[in-house]
Each structure stands twice: as structure tokens, then as C-alpha cells.
Design a protein around this ligand. Structure first.
Ligand SMILES: NC(=O)CC[C@H](N)C(=O)O
Length: 370
């Protein structure tokens, strides 16, 4: 298959050249980078990446091809893909297709270019910004004009776009112990699986579900998932969560779910300069001092007092986890132990698995509330 010339243009006017990878055409999104050395299939299919063009810092991508076991959702979710060098040969016993073919099948435009390191350094200095990849345009100025008219990640309500249209149930594996209502803001398939492994029957519900609809299922616990977009634009989920907390149900949230929990408690959220996307972020549990190496994918964070507990409409709360790289808030909890959330990914496939115990903590919380 021949690959046409392609270019990547950033909103501040920086231009990179390379060759097309995946579908031909033109795509717009927030330009971000992911430092994971492994797990490109999980990254590509993580709904939290909707609306983002993702650049991989690992230089060889596609080496193990594409299999049918690892996807985190039913499709490739990224708006565009940037790699240094796509594997010329996919080699793995589970591989079914090449990554190039898979990107084409979902109409996802990508670029292979030598400058991924320069791109990453640029984004670290200037921050994540809008960008475009095109195999159709030859004039960078014309593409830049369109980038500057494209929507920004700030204020974007994208959870609505990726959520399930209809509720569905993931059955417990083995004996059923709990009923969990899981609000799908962009849920990854590994998340209900991690709960099902622990005896949870997981009722996955659309993002715009109300507190009344959640409580009508009489869940032992309520879960809010990860998801794309700006938490400040996802006010409907904040309202639903406030209703759940008022009813006193145990709550666990991940990533966007953590940001929604923060906003439900009356805290603010803000956009980080370039975010955390990778599989080796050090997070400290402030209660135990234990450091977990964890998978991350977030561009926003919660603003909260880190020097001690604070008051909320649902009782005293505290920052439970912090990131040791930049000090940002990585977890929240109500002091009564009923509700907690983390900004990172305990469900992470392909790992690391330091934080999977948080699913056990959720089960203990549900057990305790009985
Ligand atoms: N993985 C997530 O849930 C991401 C949450 C939010 N969209 C952010 O970028 O911060």
C-alpha cells in the first residue's frame, strides 16, 4: 500500500512533515502525547481520547499488530494518530490485522514522522493545543486557518458522544455479591470486568442518566467512569452524582468520575498544561505513604486543598492521593469512607496493576454499607 505525504499543523503555527498512516484525509483535535511503551491498542480504543490526536513517544508502534482481545471499546476512538515509525511487519500469535489497516477501517487519519520527540518537547513547553493532520492539504497556512476555527477541548462535552445508547448488564463472574450501577461517561471494557471478577453485577447506564434512574436499580454501590472532554461541561453528571451522594450510596469514581466527584463536592477543575498520559506515573496514597506506579490519561485535574480535610455538602473530605511528579490531586474521599475516587486507572490494561486493590476497597465499602 502506498502512503501519501502528510502534515501535522499546530494552532501556534508549528508544522511537521511525514507520510500518511491509516486513513487518508484530514482530522482535527487536541494534540496530546502518550509515553506508554506498551498498550497502543488500549490507548487507541480508550473513549477518553475522543477528540484528541495522540502522539506516541515510543518510537515503534504496531509491532504486535491488532488483536481481538485487547480493545477497551468497540472502535478506535482517537481523532488522529501520530507515530515515529510504524512497524513494517506485525508479529504476534494473537495478531489478526495490521495497525495501518485497522486505522483505515475506522477512517482514522494518522501520520508517521521523524519529529515525535520535537513534537513532545514542544507540547511540554507550550501545552496541549489544537492541531490537525492532513494528507489532503499541501498549504500549511490554509490548514492552520482551519485549525484555528476548530473546537477547543475546554468546554467540550464529549461524554454524551461516546456513552452507550442503552443500558446493559455485565454479569458477575462466579457468585453475585453486589449490584453496581456504573455510569458510562466513556467506560473502558476492563472496568466492568474488574468489578465482575469480584462478584459485582454491573448495570452500565448512559451518561445522562438521572439520580432517580440510578437509584431505581437499588444498587449496592454507584460507579462513575472515565471519559473524554471537559468535566466543567458535564454538569448533568454532577447533578446526578449529588443525588446519589444525598441518598448515601457508596460511590467510586475513576478519572472523569473523580473530576465529577470533585465538582459535586463543590471543588473546581482546571486544564493541566500538557496532562498525564502514560503507564508510569507515581501516585502516593497519603494515608499509607505507599507509592503506586499507575496508568494515566487526563488533561484536566481537580483543584482541592491538599493541606488537610475540608468541608463539603456531604461531610468532611480530603485529598487521598497526589502525583509525585507535579503534586496534582490524584484522589478524593469522604472521611466517613462512603465515597472515594481516583484520577488514574486502577483497571489499567496492559497494566501496571499496583492499584487494582481499589476495586476491593469499593467492594469493602459496599459490604460495610449493608
Ligand atoms: N481518562 C479520563 O477520564 C479523562 C478525563 C478528562 N477528559 C481529562 O482529560 O482530564
Amino acid at each position: 500500500m502506498t502512503h501519501p505525504p502528510a502534515m501535522l499543523v499546530l494552532e501556534d503555527g508549528r508544522v511537521f512533515h511525514g507520510v500518511g498512516f491509516g486513513a487518508e484525509g484530514e482530522t482535527f483535535g487536541e494534540m496530546v502525547f502518550n509515553t506508554g511503551m506498551t498498550g497502543y491498542q488500549e490507548t487507541l480504543t480508550d473513549p477518553s481520547y475522543a477528540g484528541q490526536i495522540v502522539a506516541m513517544t515510543a518510537p515503534h508502534i504496531g509491532n504486535t499488530g491488532v488483536n481481538d482481545d485487547d480493545p477497551e471499546s468497540g472502535r478506535i476512538q482517537v481523532a488522529g494518530y501520530v507515530v515515529r515509525e510504524p512497524a513494517r511487519v506485525a508479529s504476534n500469535w494473537r495478531s489478526r490485522r495490521s495497525l495501518d489497516d485497522e486505522l483505515r477501517a475506522y477512517g482514522v487519519v494518522g501520520i508517521a514522522m521523524p519529529g515525535t520527540r520535537a513534537l513532545t518537547r514542544h507540547l511540554r513547553d507550550r501545552g496541549a493545543m489544537r492541531g490537525a493532520v492532513s494528507t489532503a492539504e499541501t498549504d500549511p497556512e490554509a490548514l492552520l486557518e482551519r485549525v484555528r476555527q476548530s473546537p477547543s477541548m475546554e468546554g467540550a462535552d464529549l461524554a454524551r458522544r461516546v456513552t452507550t445508547a442503552e443500558p446493559y448488564v455485565v454479569p458477575a463472574i462466579g457468585e453475585k455479591r453486589f449490584t453496581v450501577a456504573a455510569v458510562d461517561l466513556g467506560i473502558k471494557s476492563m472496568t466492568p470486568h474488574r468489578m465482575a471478577e469480584r462478584g459485582c453485577e454491573v448495570h452500565v447506564l448512559p451518561a445522562t442518566v438521572t439520580a432517580e434512574e440510578i437509584l431505581a436499580r437499588d444498587p449496592d454501590g454507584v460507579f462513575f467512569s472515565n471519559g473524554p472532554g471537559d468535566p466543567a461541561a458535564t454538569e448533568y453528571a454532577v447533578t446526578a452524582l449529588r443525588g446519589v451522594l444525598e441518598a448515601g450510596r457508596p460511590f467510586f469514581g475513576i478519572c472523569l468520575g473523580n473530576q465529577i466527584f470533585g465538582r459535586a463536592l463543590g471543588l473546581g477543575t482546571y486544564k493541566l498544561r500538557f496532562g498525564h498520559r502514560g503507564v508510569n506515573q507515581p501516585v502516593q496514597d497519603r494515608a499509607t505513604g505507599r507509592v503506586e506506579i499507575s496508568a494515566h490519561n487526563h488533561g484536566f485535574a481537580v483543584e482541592a486543598p491538599v493541606d488537610g480535610p475540608f468541608d463539603t455538602p456531604f461531610g468532611r473530605a480530603e485529598v487521598s492521593h497526589v502525583n509525585l511528579n507535579d503534586g496534582c490531586v490524584e484522589g478524593l474521599r469522604l472521611l466517613d469512607g462512603r465515597a472515594f475516587s481516583v484520577q488514574y486507572h486502577p483497571e489499567a490494561a496492559a497494566g501496571p496493576h499496583d492499584s487494582t486493590g481499589l476495586f476491593d476497597r469499593f467492594c469493602q465499602t459496599m459490604e460495610g454499607a449493608r
